[in-house]
Design a protein around this ligand. Structure first.
Ligand SMILES: NC(=O)c1ccc[n+]([C@@H]2O[C@H](COP(=O)([O-])OP(=O)(O)OC[C@H]3O[C@@H](n4cnc5c(N)ncnc54)[C@H](OP(=O)(O)O)[C@@H]3O)[C@@H](O)[C@H]2O)c1
Length: 335
């Protein structure tokens, strides 16, 4: 097996970033004691990758030009010099946009594929699920009877966050782009209502659907939608800032909300976070999510793109909403 990699060629100034990738076919380094060799089968494509390919200040160091692109992945151990992991174990971690790699055993985590299919540990039972769980349940704390709004609600994080709020007894309104995604939210996920922001009139629809105002807003998008929500929050309402995808086109020109004085006039709390704050509590999230998935309460929709060579195209899909669910690449391996 000759491994293949996708490498960053330079820091893009904005989007699209399609031309900033190069393919390579470099052999694996020889494994040392404590290493495992992993055949990578699934690669996660995440909006947060935009923050890894900029030299602007972020929560982790950027990928440097020439390096293999960073990505979460799932794969099987095919050779082991580790006393913690054996051949045949399935693992997850930052495996990179590549078909195989050699990793220190402490840099990857074994996943219980006897309980669920491997790729679910990149979506609802993986990082996006954990993000939704901690952002919604630990920071948002939805209460029965409250009105909760989630943006990018049909996506990987949003759909899990919305379902968790629904299960907490809240009245949940999802915001998503297009009729199909809105129908999915109400008909498949059982949300109380959905707003198609691409059809316009978000403020008017919000006032109709939540005349008593919004108690909790789980923000995945920032920009105009955040500004609209700021004008519709109840006194002492809470905003959890999970992401701001509308502002990811260019990290140099990101704009904050114009209506931020509502934080003062309505005594609002606005709190951001990353999964870095919660890595020590992953087993707790996995336990809750796996039970919810197993009993059919939590649905995880996946959008699978075939082949490593389609990574540049897949990455762009996130920003025009062409993904319907957790976006990931299935890696083809020559037999
Ligand atoms: N804090 C953390 O630790 C953490 C971890 C993971 C992810 N996140 C954040 O969570 C958010 C969602 O990530 P995800 O992985 O679940 O992706 P996703 O929601 O599965 O996919 C991204 C979706 O965002 C929507 N979108 C794109 N551009 C938009 C715009 N300008 N305005 C409004 N919506 C837009 C699109 O859906 P529509 O068709 O509905 O527009 C697109 O399908 C992102 O902001 C991401 O950075 C944060």
């Amino acid at each position: 097996m000759v491994p293949e990699q996708v490498r960053l060629t330079d820091y893009p100034a904005g989007r699209p970033v399609r031309d900033f990738w190069a393919r390579s076919r470099d052999g694996l380094r020889a494994p040392e004691p404590g290493d495992v060799v992993v055949r990578i089968d699934w690669i996660s494509v995440d909006p947060g990758m935009t923050g890894w390919i900029t030299d602007k200040r972020s929560y982790m160091p950027p990928v440097r030009p020439g390096e293999v692109m960073r990505a979460f992945g799932v794969g099987e151990v095919i050779d082991s010099r580790s006393d913690r992991l054996q051949v045949g174990d399935w693992v997850t971690g930052f495996l990179g946009v590549q078909t195989a790699g050699v990793f220190k055993d402490r840099m990857v985590r074994r996943i219980p594929t006897e309980l669920a299919p491997p790729q679910l540990f990149l979506s609802g039972l993986g990082m996006t699920g954990y993000t939704a769980y901690f952002g919604m349940m630990d920071l948002g704390c939805p209460q029965a009877g409250e009105t909760v709004v989630v943006s990018a609600a049909s996506g990987a994080v949003g759909s899990m966050a919305a379902q968790l709020a629904r299960d907490a007894g809240a009245r949940v309104i999802g915001i998503a782009g297009g009729e199909e995604k809105c129908r999915y939210l109400t008909d498949q996920l059982g949300l109380d209502a959905a707003i198609d922001y691409k059809a316009g009139q978000v403020a008017a629809q919000l006032q109709t659907l939540a005349p008593d105002e919004v108690d909790l807003y789980f923000d995945n998008v920032g920009g105009d939608i955040l500004d609209t929500l700021l004008m519709n929050m109840t006194y002492q309402g809470r905003i959890v800032v999970c992401g701001g995808i509308s502002q990811y086109a260019d990290w140099a020109t990101q704009k904050g909300p114009a209506n931020y004085m509502q934080l003062v006039t309505h005594s609002l709390t606005m709190r951001g976070f990353t999964m870095r704050d919660y890595m020590h509590r992953v087993p707790e999230a996995l336990d809750v999510l796996i039970r919810g998935w197993a009993d059919g309460r939590l649905k995880c929709r996946e959008h699978i793109v075939e082949g490593l060579d389609r990574f540049p195209e897949a990455f762009d899909m996130l920003f025009d909403g062409r993904n319907h669910g957790k976006l990931m690449i299935r890696v083809a391996h020559a037999s």
